[in-house]
Design a protein around this ligand. Structure first.
Ligand code: L14
Length: 338
């Protein structure tokens, strides 16, 4: 494989796609050619990369001929249609949609947590769900040190996870409210401004949403441990960028809060932001635009023998999506897999 890569970004004009192009630039990823792809709706528009304007092309099977790495920014339909096709045409695919995450022949990877799973890839690697990624980055050091029996997580998810239209909807509803106009909701079933919606993605027969079950199943797959019990409630809040999570974890062995804090301080991809006396804790406005997963409110759960409570915040478009995808490519380079 070359030391500089022809990189396609599928969904290049969306919230995640744009962030992917930004991350490639910021990290100086060795791109010999950038090929931005999108649906016919956005084809013909331009993106800027290293001072050049590049025309966005409509995705087709032939788009992947000669491509080394294809980053699918996700909406599942392009992934469904072209994911394995791109592999057949010689590309390594890193897919941000939920389409392939639970398939047995597809590694589901967070580079700080399970880089070894890249070794058995079959051409397509899945990028986990945004809420799952930031949680497992924070839990990995705890899992390694003390084992994990059970996780109960509640999320506070930003609208940017849904995409540009949702960012615009929160912006518009907020303006409408300030101007005394009536708000209308199109993207979400109810107003999101000044509100909280206890539904992300569709409901399943067991009463959980798909987003909640993604957190359950993906966490076990990434940590490689099907014995971990996980329950999640995923909630949309009127925040533009940055997902927050209240994570309760029951460990096999006792970990004090001080031990957890010191483990997390040395963990890759984590920054501890935890000084309650000074009112210092992570918040989405602080995490937006940052690469690290921020952890604070670290304390021992008073209701069980071996339990911890954590507050975990990260930029859902960066570590939750674009950055993790690019880090997967970087890790594959490092391991000599591309
Ligand atoms: O599984 O915030 O990647 O609406 C896509 C939609 C994550 C949540 C996924 C959202 C989801 C996202």
């Amino acid at each position: 494989m070359p030391r500089s890569y022809r990189v396609a970004v599928v969904g290049a004009t969306g919230a995640v796609g744009k962030e992917m192009i930004k991350v490639l630039l910021q990290r100086d990823f060795p791109v010999s050619e950038l090929v931005p792809l999108a649906t016919s709706r956005s084809a013909g528009t331009e993106v800027e990369f290293k001072g050049k304007r590049i025309t966005v092309e409509e995705t087709s099977a032939c788009s992947f001929d000669g491509i080394d790495i294809a980053l699918f920014a996700g909406g599942g339909s392009a992934s469904q249609e072209y994911g394995w096709e791109a592999v057949a045409r010689g590309a390594v695919v890193i897919d941000n949609s939920s389409t392939f995450r639970m398939e047995d022949n597809v590694p589901l990877v967070v580079p700080e947590v399970n880089p070894h799973d890249l070794k058995w890839h079959k051409g397509l690697i899945a990028n986990p769900n945004c809420s799952t990624i930031q949680m497992v980055v924070a839990l990995k050091p705890i899992y390694d040190a003390a084992g994990i029996k059970r996780i109960v997580v509640n999320t506070y998810q930003a609208v940017s996870g849904t995409g540009k239209e949702a960012i615009d909807e929160l912006d518009k509803q907020t303006r409408d409210y300030a101007a005394g106009r009536e708000m209308t909701a199109e993207v979400y079933p109810y107003q999101i401004a000044l509100n909280v919606l206890p539904q992300i993605d569709a409901f399943m027969p067991n009463g959980y949403t798909k987003e909640e079950m993604k957190m359950v199943n993906e966490t076990r797959k990434i940590l490689g441990d099907n014995d971990i019990a996980v329950s999640a409630t995923t909630v949309r809040v009127p925040v533009f960028y940055g997902h927050s999570e209240a994570v309760n974890v029951e460990t096999e062995r006792k970990l004090t809060a001080a031990e957890a804090r010191s483990l997390l301080s040395g963990a890759p991809g984590v920054v501890v932001v935890d000084d309650p006396a000074e009112r210092i804790y992570p918040m989405p406005v602080m995490a937006a635009g940052k690469d690290e997963v921020m952890v604070g409110r670290i304390r021992e759960d008073i209701s069980v023998r071996n339990g911890l409570d954590l507050w975990v915040v990260a930029d859902n478009l960066r570590k939750g999506a674009a950055l993790n995808a690019v880090q997967i490519a970087e890790k594959m380079m490092e391991l000599g897999l591309i």
